[in-house]
Design a binder for this molecule. Sequence first.
Ligand SMILES: *Cc1c(COP(=O)(O)O)cnc(C)c1O
Length: 381
Amino acid sequence: MKFGTKVIHAGLQPDPATGAIMTPIYQTTTYVQDAPHVHKGYAYGRTHNPTRTALQNNLAALENAKYAVCFSSGMAAADAVIRLFKPGDDILVSADLYGGTYRLFTQSFADFGIQFRFVNMNDATSIEQHILPNTKMLWLETPSNPTLRIIDLAAVGNICKKQQILFCVDNTFATPYLQQPFNFGADLIVHSATKYLGGHSDVILGAVLCNEEALHKKLAFTQNAVGAIPSPMECFLALRGIKTLKVRMAAHCENAAAIANYLQQHPKVAQVNWPGFSHHPNHAIAKQQMRNFGGVVSFSLKEDTLAAGLKMLSNTHLFALAESLGGVESLIGHPASMTHAAIPKADRLKMGVFDSLVRLSIGIEDAEDLLADLERGLDLI
Ligand SMILES: *Cc1c(COP(=O)(O)O)cnc(C)c1O
């Protein structure tokens, strides 16, 4: 099955009880048993739920994985991955990281004896020198947020294989439509389905995917034992959103290309971050491992001040000022005062998060309207 067919059909079947073509929201905590432990595979709602099973089967097919395990959020999914490790283990992490993941690793797990080391992975050949005898996993995000740098998945996959450490990719930004990390040697994929997979800004949900039965067993154990499970309604909404993933991603990418090219020639704009430009430092790798260049674009202004960046945010109307990304509607944010406000300025600048940097999550509205909104916003600066 090809991708556009999988999003609609993979892992799904008409409801066996009624023939309903949409997987029902099985809103139940428990299931009637014929005798103790004699049942149809469903005993208690935390352990199994048919709506969740359908979503897991569908997600697994999209990433060409054997197994998917869903959680109540992307952060709960990340938490389940870190629970695979024990005190004394070392984990290498890409330096450009989603703020919530950074907080989980450095604060929630601070007293658990697992070491997290943050490394710039832009040059994959320099990664190997950071691997220690107790390094057990490498975790990365590509494209990165908010500067849209790209890490070479195949190169990192080879290093992890050679060094026999697990390779985990947070594939939230790319989605399996743009990039399929298992093809490049990943062992684990984490998703915040809250973003593009759900796609309509109405569901918080996470997932971990893998191909190893032993890893799946541990993740499924955590799902049941810890209980950070998505509700049947959230699973239904994610399934519904995924059906249009292919057409939505294509539209996000097309709009992002139009906007990146428009911004690039604007006299008030200093730098545009979008991996589709041939002058982007990682353009060749992006072309190699991604189908297209995604729906997020960031840019800095020639007037590089916090005030100018914040003014841009208040100037736009269609681009709504909000956290998050990946919905059908366009959003605008200012990393220096929002997601990256807690990072010391010198470190922030080193990451390319300039004072005026503005991040756009480009929706699937008509490009002409989005361009007009940005033009008005830039005129008023
Ligand atoms: C949003 C996000 C997360 C966290 O997901 P939640 O569903 O909000 O818990 C993790 N990684 C990335 C890249 C994200 O954008």
